[in-house]
Design a protein around this ligand. Structure first.
Ligand SMILES: [Cu+2]
Length: 294
């Protein structure tokens, strides 16, 4: 036995000296089986790319933002006396905080865009609690990309995402506490986030395997760059009701081109989903019901 071991050792050392590189590769293959199985078949996309951009409009009179009663925490009232609801933020007819994303699609050579390997960026996505609301209100992140949550308020928050497809957690974050760092392993559009400390606080996190998403700015605009040339189903998601409202569009992205994708959300549809018909004649009850789905 001992002799055989020694022979084996000498052989191994000899091999290592002769072919360091190949020996290392073999070792990696053996120890990282699961990892290679996950990403082994997927390759990075290296073909021609284009861009999708557009503007999201709001048609009709937007619901006026409602003032939030933050008296439960006097610190919040001092920090942010003008706290308002942010579910429909419209400026000059353009809608902010819409999550626009590529739901599915095929590249020009017929491959599914989701089958390529899209490594998450090494930079973290920031979510701040500032003035007793979440900033930003809606954000996008890739699977396994780091989310860094900070508390800029002189009070305690309790961050509580309620996902359906990822593990649920909640964590207190007193003033001065270090950032809470998390990742989401599975795609999910979108994960609601609440604060157990302040019931009005809400944000939404869209998690995708690909980097092909954007959130509309104040002027309603969005840009999704670096998309492989191909045909895609593009979805615009707006919060409201139990799971939001979605608009869908087919877009063709040419190599080095910019495909236009403008969406419009309707005021009437938003109102209909927010208030039960049977209560429409009862204004006294109707008002508090508006806030309930959140
Ligand atoms: Cu809070």
């Amino acid at each position: 036995m001992k002799k055989r071991t020694r022979v084996w050792l000498v052989g191994t050392i000899g091999l290592s000296l002769l072919a360091m590189g190949s020996a290392c590769t073999k070792k990696d293959d053996g120890s990282g089986t699961n990892k290679s199985a996950d990403s082994g078949s997927a390759v990075a996309y290296s073909g021609p790319k284009g861009t999708v951009s557009g503007v999201v409009s709001f048609n009709g009179t937007p619901p006026a933002p409602k003032k939030i009663d933050s008296s439960a925490d006097p610190v919040c009232g001092q920090r942010n006396p003008n706290l308002e609801t942010e579910d429909t933020v419209v400026k000059d007819g353009k809608l902010a905080n819409v999550f626009v994303y590529v739901k599915e699609g095929t590249t020009t050579d017929g491959k599914k865009v989701g089958d390529f390997k899209w490594d998450p960026p090494s930079t973290a996505v920031q979510l701040d609690q500032n003035g007793c609301h979440y900033r930003p209100h809606v954000l996008g992140i890739q699977t396994n990309q780091k989310l860094s949550i900070t508390n800029s308020d002189p009070t305690q928050h309790n961050v509580h995402p309620t996902p359906k497809n990822n593990p649920e957690w909640n964590q207190s974050q007193p003033n001065g506490a270090p950032p809470i760092e998390k990742t989401f392993a599975r795609s999910e559009v979108l994960i609601p986030v609440k604060c157990n400390q302040h019931p009005w606080m809400k944000s939404y996190i869209g998690v995708l395997k690909t980097p092909f998403f954007a959130v509309t700015k104040e002027d309603g605009s969005f840009t999704i760059p670096g998309l492989p040339a191909g045909n895609y189903t593009l979805v615009a998601w707006k919060e409201g009701g139990p799971s939001g409202t979605e608009k869908t569009m087919q877009v063709k992205v040419e190599a080095n081109g910019t495909a236009k994708a403008d969406f419009t959300f309707e005021a009437a549809a938003a109102a209909a989903s927010a208030q039960p018909t049977s209560l429409q004649v009862l204004p006294a009850i109707e008002f508090p019901m508006l806030g309930r789905p959140h």
